[in-house]
Design a protein around this ligand. Structure first.
Ligand SMILES: *[C@@H]1O[C@H](CO)[C@@H](O)[C@H](O)[C@H]1NC(C)=O
Ligand SMILES: *[C@@H]1O[C@H](CO)[C@@H](O)[C@H](O)[C@H]1NC(C)=O
Ligand SMILES: *[C@@H]1O[C@H](CO)[C@@H](O)[C@H](O)[C@H]1NC(C)=O
Length: 578
């Protein structure tokens, strides 16, 4: 072998060594930094030091602290519902398809409120009104008008509750869409109830439906309300923040009618909790557009809508959130539903409040598109780099790999929404433990996994948006049933309690907990955003025990980790709207 051969090899070795050293330095220089300090994630709730036998310790959000006061409202100025329409902010934004400023919204609500009393003859503190409306600006106007005049509203999260509510809680008046009138009248005649509801319709009723009916038109009430002098001062009547302004009816897990009474205070607390989902550094601003899959007829959906109104963002709900659908829905896919608001004149959404199936379908569509449109090698490299970033707690939409592989796929699937979306809050069902990482890679925006409940305004539990940790699947531990072990293994954590909630588990296995197992039991919550269960004959959910005052059984099972992050599994699958 000639000498030169050795020399060539040596050169190559040196070059390779240099390259390797260079890569090592580069890797360390550009190693992604965790976006949130791990210590913060290690302690997400403040956990009480003692626990009652058979119960977990009580957990509160770390931001609230064990002795801290709950942030009951966004600021001290939001005492009642109308205060969430801040009089000092007057930039227009679009709600569904109406561009409107706060002063205009307040005027319309005031006029409609006058009309309800003077034209329709409703009586504050006596009348009550069923809001049988799809999510719309009319819903908000009516809601604000009723709440400001101390006339409680009823909402239904499903049309199947209409007959039971008319039977058990006949309202003084019903506000509904003109198109829905024939259906409603049929139902009222069928039920042969004696009470005569006043009916107010949005839109133009069909002549033949209204022949001899005392019908009121929404727009006429509003128009006449403008000219009525409500004794001059609209501040004449200011409702008490502790007053029940709405009863949100839903079907309990066992299918019975249940109602959540919410006070102004409960809802402002829900808005305060919803605002706290995003860290201060990326707080909601008037530049945002919020899209929600949760009906205004649910306390959670209502809290999201009023969060949007409080923050001055544009807002719309997805098609699937609409409740007043008489002949069943035309079948739409989750993706079509997600983009259903593209037909509205609202800007492209920046924040989505959606269900797990929406997230799932969106992420899979992006991943499929990315696989299809790039080579196998590029796709795999991109996936591995983004995954490595996640393991370091780092997430960006702007890496080389996004530009090379994922950006185009996102645009293909989401259109201009690909560029605008900056956060997604998922709730209303279990998020599969395996689903979060692909979703984070595909969408590369902060994801919050939240737990919501039909009795609570705003989120109950919610994960930190930048908590990217994933944990190996656990196996069954001592003291855990096989079913629990299975259910909790495949469920993503929903984080600590929101800022206005205390949570604990009841019926935990004491010996197992003493041996170091994580407590598992029935999830109980309380706090200012929790509504009160309306007293119906059989209300098994409310805890009557005096000692346990204020605690509400959610009806779901949960497990809490030592750092106060929860996993929840629904015992009975809930209806489509949470
Ligand atoms: C919470 O605690 C669990 C169990 O101790 C641990 O695996 C995990 O690191 C913690 N979770 C977070 C988000 O810090
Ligand atoms: C409510 O919204 C749904 C979904 O868009 C629609 O199908 C239905 O017709 C609406 N109901 C009324 C009465 O307008
Ligand atoms: C809901 O609001 C009422 C009155 O404002 C308040 O007394 C109650 O404590 C709130 N609910 C809970 C569960 O705290």
């Amino acid at each position: 072998m000639a000498l030169s051969d050795y020399i060539v090899t040596d050169d190559l070795t040196i070059i390779l060594a240099l390259a390797a050293a260079g890569l090592f330095v580069l890797h360390n220089l550009y190693k992604p930094q965790s976006l949130v300090h791990p210590i913060l994630l290690g302690r997400q709730s403040d956990v009480a030091r003692v626990r009652n036998p058979g119960e977990s310790a009580v957990c509160r959000n770390y931001g609230t602290g064990m002795l801290g006061r709950f942030p009951m409202r966004p600021t001290k100025d939001q005492q009642v519902l109308l205060d969430l329409v801040r009089p000092d902010a007057d930039a227009p934004r679009t709600l569904w398809s109406t561009k409107i400023t706060n002063p205009q919204l307040r005027e319309r609500a005031a006029a409609f409120g006058n009309g309800l009393i003077e034209v329709v003859g409703l009586v504050p503190k006596e009348s009550n009104v069923l809001l049988l409306l799809n999510d719309s600006i009319e819903f908000i106007i009516a809601d604000l008008a009723l709440a400001s005049n101390s006339i409680p509203s009823f909402t239904l999260n499903s049309l199947s509750l209409l007959s039971p509510v008319l039977d058990t809680h006949p309202p003084s008046a019903i506000i509904t869409h003109a198109q829905f009138l024939p259906f409603l009248l049929e139902l009222i005649y069928d039920s042969r109830e004696s009470s005569h509801h006043k009916i107010i319709v949005v839109g133009e009723p069909d002549g033949k439906d209204v022949k001899d009916l005392p019908l009121f038109r929404f727009d006429e009430i509003e128009r006449e309300g403008v000219s009525i002098d409500s004794d001059g001062d609209p501040a004449d009547h200011v409702p008490d923040p502790g007053e029940v302004f709405t009863v949100a009816f839903s079907a309990s897990p066992s299918g019975e009618l249940q109602g959540a009474e919410l006070t102004h205070e409960n809802l402002t607390a829900g808005v305060a909790a919803a605002r706290a989902l995003l860290p201060l550094s990326s707080a909601i601003s008037p530049l945002d557009t919020i899209a929600s899959a949760f009906s205004l007829s649910t306390p959670y959906g209502r809290a999201i809508a009023y969060t949007a109104i409080y923050e001055g963002t544009s807002f719309a709900t997805l098609d699937s959130a609409k409740v007043v659908v008489k002949n069943g829905r035309s079948a739409t896919t989750d993706l079509e539903d997600l983009f259903s608001m593209n037909s509205l004149p609202v800007p492209s959404p920046t924040l989505y409040f959606v269900k797990p199936s929406h997230l799932d379908k969106l992420a899979s569509a992006v991943i499929e598109e990315a696989k299809k449109s790039s080579s196998w090698i590029m796709y795999n490299l991109a996936w591995r780099h983004k995954f490595a970033g996640l393991l370091e707690g780092f997430l960006t939409k702007q890496s080389l790999w996004d530009r090379l592989v994922f950006d185009a796929a996102r645009v293909k699937v989401m259109g201009k929404g690909a560029g605008t979306v900056r956060g997604i809050v998922v709730s209303g069902g279990n998020v599969d433990a395996q689903a979060l990482t692909p979703a984070r890679i595909a969408l590369s925006v902060p994801l919050v996994n939240a737990y919501s409940h039909p009795l609570v305004a705003g989120p109950v539990l919610a994960s930190h948006p930048l908590d990217l940790q994933t944990f190996p699947l656990h196996t069954q531990k001592a003291g855990q049933s096989a079913a629990d072990a299975f259910a909790f293994t495949y469920t993503s954590p929903v984080g600590p309690p929101s800022v206005n909630i205390e949570a604990k588990l009841v019926g935990v296995d004491d010996p197992a907990v003493e041996n170091g197992a994580d407590p598992v039991g029935a999830l109980y919550v309380r706090g200012p955003s929790v509504g009160k269960l309306l007293n119906t004959q059989d209300s098994p959910v409310q805890e009557e025990n005096a000692e346990d005052k204020g605690w509400v059984n959610t009806g779901d099972r949960a497990k809490v980790a030592p750092n106060g992050t929860f996993k929840v599994v629904s015992v009975v699958a809930k209806g489509s709207s949470t």
